[in-house]
Each structure stands twice: as C-alpha cells, then as structure tokens.
Design a protein around this ligand. Structure first.
Ligand code: PEP
Ligand code: MG
Length: 846
C-alpha cells in the first residue's frame, strides 16, 4: 500500500533555487538527482524525456511531475522523488510555467499517494506559493511528505470551529436526493463544511464523499464549519437538514403504505415461483428472459497530453450535465418534477471533486482519458457498493450510469453496444440496471418487458419504461441475474412480480389478460377519429397541444379535432434568436395548412416563470413565477408582442380558423389593453377579426371570470399554473409534486366558477392544462361544463373513450360530488364510480 515511508523524500534530493536552462534541462537534472541517489539506472532520465513527449506532466498551478515510461519501470531500483525548486520558473509548455518540478521514480503506482497530496496542495495556492520561494528544504519535504489526516485511519477526523450534532432521522438514511440538497446548501454558505460520523469525515460540498459515509437512521453525526459567519451558515444548513426530515418520513410512510397494499395484478392459476421486486411500469409481458451480462467493453488506454485530457474531460462533463438537464426538463414536463428529480441528483454526482481528481491522477500517470475516467468511476462506485448499505448500492448504480454517459461523450464508440446481441423476441430483458440510453433505445417489438436487480421506482429505468409503455419491475435483487437463459416468464409490471416457468394454463390466462388489455387499447385507438359524444348525445371537442407544424400529422392521426394550445414561446426557446414577423407568419400559415381547416388556437408568447429565453436578456427576478410573465411581459414589450400579432393577423387574412389566446391574465385592464393592441394591428392590416381568448391560470382570473367574460370570446383553463397558484406550490418543486394535484377541490371549484360565469355571458370554456389529458380528469371537467379539452396527442384516444362511455348527466353528478370533497384523495376515490358508469359503453363499443 502507498505510504509516506514507501516514497521517502531525502534531503539530498531537494534542490532549492535550481536554474535549469529549459524544460529538457530540468527533466535531465531531476533524472540525475534520482540516479545519483541510487533510485534509478542512468537511462531513466531519457525515459522521463520520452514520457514527456507522449504525455504532458504539467499538473497546473506551477507544478510538473516528470516520470519515466511504464515500460521502463525496470530502470527503477527503489522509489524516490527528486524536487527542483525553480524560483523564476521555466516554461513547461507555452503559457505554462513550472516552479516546482517533482521527478518521480516509482516501480508501481505508489506515487499516487504523493499525487493525492499534490492535488490537495493545488487547491491551496498560498501554501503552494510558499514552496516556490522557501529557503528551507524541510518545508517542502513536510508539505509533500505529510499524509493528510483523512487518509490515515489511525487519526480520527477533527471537527471544524463551529459545530452541531444531529441524529439522522431520515428513514431511508442519507440517500442521493436529500444529500444533493445538503451539498447545495453547504455550497451556498461559502464556508468549509464537514460532516463527521465517528472517525469518518466528508466535505459537505462533495456528494460522493457524503454518500460514502453510509449514514443510516439513528447515526449521530457532527456537522462543523470554518470560515466567515460560520455559525450563521451552520444554522442555515441545520435548517435545511432538519427541514427535510418531514418529507423523508412522509415518503417512507407512502412507500410503506404502497408496499402493504394488496398486490393488484395478474394472478397465476396455480402456485408459481415468482421473484418479487417493485412495480415500476404497469402492464403484463410474456416472454423469455434474456440476462444482460455487463460485458465489459474494452476501454482503450491511449495516453494523451494532460492539458488536452483535462479540457476534453471538462467538455464531456459539461455536455453530460446539459444532457441531464434536458432529461430532467423533459421528464418533468411529461411525468412531473418528482420523477425528474433523479436526474438532478445524477448531475450532482458529476460535481464530485474526488472523481475528477482521481481521473486526473490516472491521466498524470500516463493513462488515457476514457480509461482513467472509467477506472475512477469504478473505484468510487466499488467502494460505495462494498459498504453493504442498500442505499449506497443504489447510488453506486447511479454513479456508474452517469459514468457511462460521460464515457459516451468522451468516446461515442464506447456508448452501450451490449444490447446488440438480443435474441429474437419477445424478450424480458433482465439486467443489474439499465442506463437511460439503453432503455430509450430498446426495440419494443423485441423487448416486451424489463426487470432490473437494482434501481428504484424513481430510477431512470422506471421513468423511461413508463414513458415507453413497457411493463417493468425494479429492485428485483441479484437472484434475477442468476436466471438460466431463455427461462419463460410472465412479468407483471404493476405488481412487481416475475412469475417463472408458467405452465400452459397460466400462459393461457396471461395471454387472455394481455389480450383484454390490448383490446381495450385497440378499441380506444380504433375509435380515436370519432368525436367524443357522450351516450346522451353531448359532444366535447378534443384538441391537441402542439407547438410546430410538423407535429400536426401525428396529432391528427391520434384523433385531434384541432389545436387547442400552440405554445409559441417554444419558437423562441428552441432557437438562439428571436423569430421575426416573417418567420412567425410562415410558421402560423404552415400550421393552419397542416390542420386542413381544423381550428387553431395560438397562444401569444408566455415567457417568464420556468420558460426563460436567455437571448432576450430579461432582468433576473427573485421569483419569476410571480414576476413579469405572460401578458405582463407582452404589455411591457411591444417589440415582442406586435410582430407576433401582425404575423397572426396576416395568417388569419390568408385564411383558416385561427384564434388568439393570451397567457397569465390577471385583470380586466390587461384584457382591454391587449384587445386594443389586437384591434389596432388588425385595422392596420385590414385583416378579419378573430376570436380573442384568455388563459385562466391564476385564481384572480377564475374568481373574476364574469367581469373578464365581457371582454373575451373564450377562456382556456391552464390547470398546471392554476394548480400552482391556487395551492401555492411551485410546479417544479419535486418535494411537493405529490401534493400539486389538479384534482384538489379548490382547483375544481375555480374551474366550476369560471364555467358558470362564462356560460352566463355566452362564452365557452376549454381546458388545455395536464388535467385535460387524464381520462378521469377529463370526465370531471366535462361534468363541470367544459366544452373543449386540449392535450398531448397520445392522450387523446383514452380520453375520448372515457367521455364516450358516460352520460353527461352522470358526469355532472360526479363533478358535483367532486366539488363537495375535502381533499384531492377523496376526489380520486371517485374514480371507480366513473369506471362503473363507463363499463357498459365499453362493452357496447366492443
Ligand atoms: C397551464 O398552465 O396549464 C398551461 C397549459 O400552460 P403552460 O403549461 O404552458 O404554462
Ligand atoms: Mg401556464
């Protein structure tokens, strides 16, 4: 094992105020010192020079560490370090000046210990600077020779100046999500913050280190800090740490409740051996098991100059971070912020300095970038997994996953590939865990289900399987991986069970179950082009939320009767500049053409809140959801609103049923001002009048719907924002995601009030928020009197089917019962009543 003793720094090997003419002379001088001390054969200096040509050994901050080539290890007689202090510095590479040249002679990798000390010194510029100028060789020997306390198990970790003790009361221990919050809070203090458990300590700003403490419920820890206002900083951090307890306990209670709930799924006819896990994506799959062995892809080890390696590593990490952010945003939009939070935690793992330092150290030793990164990830993940704590084992899987993403950025040829040898389907894919890229790229014709040994219901496998509609089970334990190849199985992704080797009767029952599910989906799909007319003859318009003309074909194929919401801010968000009037005009014309005469509601720009457009350089707001957003911005920025309105009126003049809708309206004067702008531009262009509507997204608009109805032609309720503003829950906050339920009776009452007021004034109300796309939510909205529902295209068939199966009178009754409920849970408990109501229609349709 590496130790200070195995890498002695002898006094005669330290040369103060050395003056080599150039880099080559410095390397030669270090080599001579090592040879003179008997550490190396004379040829070693030449090997050091050759090594330098293959890979740069400049570490940064004025330090270089020349050493011999790996194949010349035979020239090393004993380990040693030779140190040249070059006060004036010499140019190591263009722009890089070395003041301390540390020649290394090491037969194996013992010099990692010294590199570790060096990288710590690199983070302490003042200490390093003193080594460049000191007259005392012992100062250098002490700085490079002392093993830091954290690395010496005998020396218990010391607390910092200010401290508090806390007993971990998170039922699942410190796992990645709360740990990410600790790291964010610790970083925000600007202080050095340490968390100690017994003899083990970790910097609170480093996620992997924190997780490596393996904190379990009941563990007593000491959190301490050094730096400016450390006491106040620590108080804030303490509030974060203790503030998370309630949510952690609530999550655990929910998980326990779910686990205790009777398994509702497919029941085999006779007793079958089943492996149990956690249901992650509902549905039944019948197939043969294919165990994906993590065939280690050969990672090439091609040395490269250190500076280039560092730059490429930084670029790969930056690109991965952007990829994770996009995944987080996309998942939040499709499945909610709770599901998306895991990707933020993954991004947090990339911030870990230990991982980066270890990679750099391996590169300094002469290894290639991809190889070094892979090794670093494996070493850290291996140490997490070895602690025997299931929470940390999960984090090890996360770390490996993030590691693979970075690896794919470093070298795209190293991305996946292990799925290439899948047998012909239907296959139930079994793996330790799957990376998002694996899951996203699966061929659903061959892979009918997924079962992983690791992961959790919020793991990427679970999220993506739900998105893809693939039945999936996670956390099925390592027993899964020992299954003989091609074992026949039935996977129940709802109950989290893999039933093994079913007999003929069971297979027949499973096939019948699957067929019934498939038939229901097929029935919905077959009738998707038909209108949504209730059994008593009431029609509800069903439209799509799409943003670009190229999405229209799919929307129409799903049964969309028009577009109820075209979010135009995406035209700005998806490009780096502002589309001008001509660009916008062309897009609106193309959208009308693609809809072939069906109605189009275009929403004027809704910028602000979570939809920030960097190139507009709008002022930064402390609380953008309550700031200059939507209509407020449009009225302040005619340069944005007027070209858009001109483009819209010109498109309307060219033909097509177009309506304009304004977002985030809160008051009558706003509507009057917006209408006036529309009328002025319409008159200037000699364009026809078009229906003008507003979004109902804030409680003020719902409560004052009667006053607003005098000035608008229609309303469209944005349930995403209406829920956020009614319940005072940030729609992006993952901790509150479960409570941000649009079926909260307070939200439903506001929608009911809006419909009543609009009806009194002869106006219609649509809903284009997420609630419109849930069959049960859509049924309640129809019962409340909503005339049009607009949603993500793929939700259309099921929503139409739910509406078609019911009678309006029944839906009205259901809606009245929902309005009388006390909580969102009580409202959701009415869902079986809807099913009971729609059952006969489904049979009729069949
Ligand atoms: C809404 O808030 O429900 C809505 C449809 O608008 P967006 O999601 O674009 O804010
Ligand atoms: Mg909105």
């Amino acid at each position: 094992m590496a130790s200070a003793a195995s890498m002695p720094i002898a006094r005669e090997l330290v040369r103060l105020d050395a003056r080599p003419a150039d880099k080559a002379a410095a390397i030669a001088e270090a080599g001579q010192l090592l040879a003179a001390a008997g550490c190396v054969e004379p040829g070693y200096a030449a090997s050091m020079a050759r090594r330098e040509q293959a890979a740069n050994t400049f570490l940064g901050h004025g330090v270089a560490i020349p050493h011999g080539l790996g194949e010349d290890r035979g020239l090393v007689r004993r380990n040693g370090l030779a140190i040249l202090q070059i006060r004036d510095g010499i140019e190591w590479n263009p722009g890089q000046v070395a003041h301390l040249v540390i020649g290394i002679a090491a037969a194996s990798d013992e010099h990692i210990a010294i590199l570790r000390r060096l990288t710590r010194l690199l983070n302490d510029p003042a200490a390093l600077q003193s080594l460049f100028t000191t007259d005392d060789a012992e100062v250098i020997i002490a700085a490079l020779g002392a093993e830091p306390a954290a690395a010496a198990p005998a020396a218990p970790a010391q607390d910092l100046a200010e401290r508090f003790d806390w007993v971990v009361d998170y039922p699942a221990g410190l796992h990645a999500r709360p740990a990410t919050r600790w790291v964010e809070a610790a970083r925000a203090t600007g202080c050095r913050v340490q968390v100690r458990h017994g003899d083990q300590a970790a910097e609170a700003t480093a996620l992997v280190g924190l997780l490596q403490l393996g904190l379990r419920p009941g563990d007593r820890i000491t959190v301490s800090a050094d730096g400016r206002d450390a006491a106040a900083a620590l108080a804030r951090l303490r509030a974060t740490i203790t503030g998370l307890s309630a949510q952690e306990k609530a999550d655990a209670a929910l998980a326990a409740q779910r686990a205790a709930a009777p398994v509702r799924g497919w029941e085999p006819a006779g007793p079958l051996v089943a492996l149990a896990g956690i249901g992650a994506s509902p549905g039944l799959a019948i197939g043969r098991v294919h165990v994906l062995t993590q065939a280690e892809a050969a990672i090439p080890d091609t040395p490269l100059p250190l500076a280039e390696g560092g730059a490429r590593l930084e670029a790969a990490i930056r690109a991965t971070r952007a990829q994770l952010k996009a995944l987080e945003d996309d998942t939040a939009r499709r499945l909610g912020p709770g599901e998306a939070a895991i990707f933020r935690a993954h991004a947090g793992l990339l911030e870990d300095p230990d991982l980066i330092t270890l990679t750099c150290q391996l590169m300094v030793e002469g290894h290639g970038l991809a190889w070094s990164w892979h090794q670093a990830v494996e070493r850290v993940a291996g140490s997490l997994a070895a602690l025997g704590n299931p929470v940390l084992a999960g984090r090890a899987a996360d770390l490996r996953d993030v590691g693979r993403r970075v690896l794919a950025q470093i070298d795209p040829t190293l991305a996946g590939g292990s799925l290439a040898s899948l047998p012909e389907g239907p296959v139930i894919l079994v793996a330790e865990d799957l990376a998002p890229s694996d899951t996203a790229g699966l061929d659903p014709k061959r892979v009918v289900g997924l079962a992983t040994a690791a992961g959790g219901p919020t793991s990427h496998t679970a999220i993506l399987a739900r998105t893809l509609g693939l039945p999936a089970m996670v956390a099925g334990t390592a027993a899964l991986l020992d299954l003989p190849p091609s074992t026949e199985a039935v996977l129940d992704g709802g109950a989290g069970r893999l039933h093994l080797s079913p007999g003929e009767a069971d297979l027949a029952a499973a096939r019948a179950f699957l067929a019934a599910q498939g038939e229901q989906r097929a029935r919905e799909a077959a009738l998707r082009a038909e209108p949504a007319v209730t059994r008593d003859g009431h029609r509800i318009e069903v439209a799509a939320n799409i943003n670009t003309p190229d999405q229209a074909g799919f929307a129409l194929a799903q049964g969309a009767e028009g577009v109820g919401l075209m979010r135009t801010e995406f035209l700005f968000l998806e490009r780096g500049d502002t589309p001008d009037e001509a660009d916008q005009h062309a897009i609106y014309r193309a959208m009308l053409a693609a809809l072939e005469g069906r109605p189009l509601i275009v929403r004027a720009l809704d910028i602000g809140g979570d939809k920030q457009v960097p190139h507009l350089r709008l002022p930064v707001e402390a609380n953008p959801f309550l700031g200059v957003r939507g209509a407020r911005l449009l009225l302040r920025r005619p340069d944005l609103m007027e070209p858009q309105l001109r483009a819209l009126y010109r498109a309307a003049a060219a033909g097509g049923p177009l309506s304009i809708m304004f977002p985030m309206v809160t008051s009558v004067p706003e509507v009057i001002a917006l209408r006036a702008a529309c009328e002025r531009i319409r008159a200037e262009l000699g364009a026809p009048a078009v229906p003008l509507g507003i979004m109902v997204e804030v409680p003020a608009a719902a409560v004052q719907a009667d006053a607003l109805a005098r000035h608008v032609d229609f309303f469209s309720v944005g349930t995403n924002d209406l829920t956020q503003y009614t319940l005072a829950i940030d729609r992006q906050n993952p901790d509150l995601a479960a409570e941000a339920d649009s079926l909260h009776p307070a939200v439903l009452r506001l929608i009911g009030q809006t419909v009543e007021a609009a009806t009194r004034h002869g106006r219609w109300v649509g809903v284009c928020g997420g609630l419109a796309g849930e069959p049960f939510g859509a049924a309640l909205l129809a019962g409340l009197g909503v005339a049009e529902l607009s949603m993500t295209p793929r939700d259309i068939p099921a929503v139409k089917a739910a509406l078609r199966g019911a009678e309006l009178a029944g839906l009205r009754d259901l809606a009245a019962r929902a309005l009388a409920c006390g909580t969102a849970e009580e409202v959701r408990a009415l869902e079986p009543a809807l099913r009971a109501m729609t059952q006969p229609a489904a049979q009729v349709a069949a």
